[in-house]
Design a binder for this molecule. Structure first.
Ligand code: THU
Length: 135
């Protein structure tokens, strides 16, 4: 699974977004160490705080299915008003959620405009010094 292919899966997931309130649709494709991919979209709610981001939809689906070892996530997003995609970076809550399971030094976050035009960031660069609960 190369990052071009993973990005394509994020674009497929973006088509499933339920975003009638923000009209901003996001898709994510989360790559597991064994090559399996879990996709997700944002799912909004009329009680806005209930809405869930695409990245967490993918992550929580994967964890529920028994997967906890991840290597990368591709994220794409666009407003209905825009013709073209621009980079859509994960929100702070999603960065914290990913940091629970992903190695900050190695996990790649792929932000794409098209499957051929993307940028790759390490989780540690987008989310340094993440919160860890110490007992
Ligand atoms: N959204 C995501 O799905 N992922 C992010 O990382 C940023 C924001 C969604 C949430 C909401 O449904 C819409 O984009 C506008 O904020």
């Amino acid at each position: 699974m190369d990052y071009r292919q993973l990005t394509k899966m994020a674009f497929e997931a973006q088509k499933k977004a339920y975003a009638p309130y923000s009209r901003f649709s996001v898709g994510a494709a989360l790559l597991c160490a064994d090559g399996r991919v879990f996709s997700g979209c944002n799912i909004e709610n009329s009680s806005l705080g209930v809405s869930n981001c695409a990245e967490r939809t993918a992550l929580f689906t994967a964890v529920y299915e028994g997967y906890r070892d991840f290597t990368a996530i591709a994220v794409v997003g666009k407003s209905e008003e825009d013709e073209e995609f621009d980079l859509c970076a994960p929100c702070g809550i999603c960065r914290q959620a990913l940091s629970e399971f992903c190695d900050a030094d190695t996990f790649d976050i792929i932000l794409a405009r098209t499957p051929d035009d993307y940028e790759v960031y390490k989780l540690k660069d987008l989310f340094p010094l993440h919160f860890i609960l110490k007992n």
